[in-house]
Design a protein around this ligand. Structure first.
Ligand SMILES: Cc1cc2nc3c(=O)[nH]c(=O)nc-3n(C[C@H](O)[C@H](O)[C@H](O)COP(=O)(O)OP(=O)(O)OC[C@H]3O[C@@H](n4cnc5c(N)ncnc54)[C@H](O)[C@@H]3O)c2cc1C
Length: 329
């Protein structure tokens, strides 16, 4: 007989959020089936730069500024979440470089946030932002999930699947799944194009300049566009030429680099935070709308989903992420 902790749960979507949810539920003893029709990493999570960057987000993205404390709590869940995974958290921090006037404005914003940072030779340095490599991270989450007995189905979750499960968690990203939960109608797409260079910094801090970041790696990531209202995956060089030029100003050796473009679509709510919790549709739980912080927020979202399914106290961030906050009348 099905016990509470062996309840069958479906998770729709194997991006950062769905994969983290599936793993956390499997660790908690649920009988989890993860659905996704797309090849691994063929989603926004796969193209992401993998920054776990509360401070950079709060400083450079006005929508995220009010959420700094929540974003920091999310980051702080990562070490325990990553334990036992074949996944390294890179803790090289952030290096902000640029023209003196612009840098002075950034320093003022950091000070206003009460954020600790250093000035060193005309550069601002912060140690608190972290990073992971996105596609290897997705693979690590999947491997550990399956090692714990989790099942994966390479297909879309459809309404006819509902009766086989106690609950379904929709982690469907920017896909239109509003037929399964009316709250998803509030989501809007933000297309993001990111460049991958065949040379450039392989290790070290994320470098931020005016209108651009460079995340080191084997193929350093140079990002990223924010194209509100767009949900197509078309590569558009005119949208990324500014990123390319800004990156070359920061690291002139990138001038000779071959850069390829990857595209993903973020799903966003009006306040920039995801929808997490029960839908008005019985048995449907939401874990969507993480905008530009899906990797950073993944362990927090997963913990909230697990708490709701277990009937535990979901903690201090539940109200801010309430799945029905835009749909209650
Ligand atoms: C260029 C770019 C750079 C970014 N950089 C960062 C970063 O540095 N740090 C950070 O934290 N975030 C970053 N983000 C944001 C982050 O990628 C997103 O917030 C995150 O990917 C959202 O994850 P998700 O699991 O909700 O959605 P997705 O990754 O979009 O995954 C959703 C999945 O659901 C599947 N799906 C859809 N419908 C169904 C269905 N019916 N059944 C089953 N599966 C279904 C899809 O196939 C897809 O695989 C970036 C985004 C972009 C585009």
């Amino acid at each position: 007989m099905e016990t509470k902790l062996r309840a069958r749960v479906a998770v729709a979507g194997a991006g950062a959020i769905g994969s983290a949810v599936a793993l956390t539920l499997a660790r908690a003893g649920f009988d989890v089936t993860l659905f996704d029709p797309a090849p691994p990493g063929d989603n926004a999570s796969g193209v992401a730069a993998g920054m776990l960057a509360p401070l950079a987000e709060a400083v450079f993205d006005p929508v995220s500024t009010p959420h700094l404390a929540l974003l920091r709590r999310a980051r702080d869940l990562w070490p325990a979440f990553a334990e036992g995974l074949d996944l390294e958290i890179l803790r090289d921090g952030l290096r902000i470089e640029g023209e003196a006037g612009w840098l002075a404005g950034v320093a003022a914003r950091l000070e206003a946030l009460g954020a600790p940072f250093q000035r060193l030779d005309g550069v601002l340095i912060d140690a608190e932002d972290w990073r992971i490599e996105a596609r290897p991270a997705l693979a690590a989450l999947r491997t550990t999930f399956e090692a714990l007995g989790g099942a994966f189905e390479t297909r879309a979750f459809i309404p006819d699947d509902r009766p086989a499960f106690r609950a379904v968690v929709l982690a469907t990203g920017a896909a239109d799944a509003s037929g399964l939960a009316p709250e998803l109608k509030i989501l809007s797409p933000i297309k993001g194009q990111i460049l991958r260079a065949d040379r450039g910094p392989a290790t070290g801090p994320v470098i931020r300049g005016e209108g651009v970041y460079i995340a080191p790696g084997d193929s350093p990531a140079i990002g990223a566009t924010m194209e509100a209202g767009r949900d197509d995956l078309t590569v558009d060089p005119s949208a990324t030429q500014g990123l390319r030029a800004a990156a070359i100003r920061l690291r002139p050796e990138l001038a000779g680099a071959v850069m390829t473009t990857e595209v993903g679509v973020r799903a966003a709510t009006p306040d920039g935070l995801p929808l997490v919790g029960w839908s008005a549709t019985p048995g449907v739980m939401l874990a969507v709308g993480a905008r530009r912080n899906g990797w950073l927020l993944a362990p927090l979202v997963a913990d909230l989903v697990a708490a709701y399914l277990k009937g535990d106290n979901p903690g201090p961030d539940a109200a801010s992420l309430d799945a029905r906050r835009f749909s209650r009348t």
